[in-house]
Write a protein that binds this ligand. Sequence first.
Ligand SMILES: Nc1ncnc2c1ncn2[C@@H]1O[C@H](COP(=O)(O)OP(=O)(O)OP(=O)(O)O)[C@@H](O)[C@H]1O
Ligand SMILES: [Mg+2]
Length: 229
Amino acid sequence: MIEFTDVVKSYSVGNKALKGVSMQIEDGEFAFLVGPSGSGKSTIIKLITGELKPTSGKVHVNGYSLDRIRKREIPYMRRTVGVVFQDFRLIENKTVYENVAFVMRAIGAREREIRERVPYVLDLVGLDTKSRRHPGELSGGEQQRLAIARALVNNPSTIIADEPTGNLDPARSLEIMSLLMEINNLGTTMLVVTHAKDLVERFHKRVIAIDEGLIISDGMDGYYHYEDQ
Ligand SMILES: Nc1ncnc2c1ncn2[C@@H]1O[C@H](COP(=O)(O)OP(=O)(O)OP(=O)(O)O)[C@@H](O)[C@H]1O
Ligand SMILES: [Mg+2]
């Protein structure tokens, strides 16, 4: 579960990126996070991953209290959250297979586990036939699916995706969003930042809308007040 209680985040004195955000995302839920540029979406994501600490207020993620977490506990907390970065962060000189295996090695997984798990995850995202390619030999949509495979492979209970369809055409965007829904159906909690209003409306899921550091609406598609710029 992700829980924000009155979270304020200032990057500099007198300038608040988040002005008091409270929200709760239950285990297994799917939620979109929408809002104009600069409204605080990435700040929320960085607070969930522990990259940032709140200036005040409380952030709880999967049983960890991030304002009080000990340094040595952070790697354990991070294993519970997979992140799909907008810029993919793929390793160009490694194959598709090795890009995914690398994430498992980073947490000390055994080779045997890696040999079992990587093909399973590549199959899930539809890249099983491209495991020997390098990221530069993939289309934009395939690179995005590889980024999702990397977020998935350590079996996190939560996945956070920052603009996962940002660089894709409408058909590929629909594919990626459907893949995220499928993964959610397997039990993973999913928080997806997006500007793709048409996709948000199509899927009828919870939408958390933020503007100028405050949640302005939160609910099913009927509450979707956010106007894209
Ligand atoms: N490292 C930083 N230092 C200072 N100010 C920052 C920093 N990162 C973000 N901000 C400011 O905090 C506010 C929220 O930024 P944030 O990146 O969370 O927005 P966003 O909703 O993700 O926007 P976008 O849709 O453009 O990615 C903005 O006013 C931004 O300028
Ligand atoms: Mg952002």
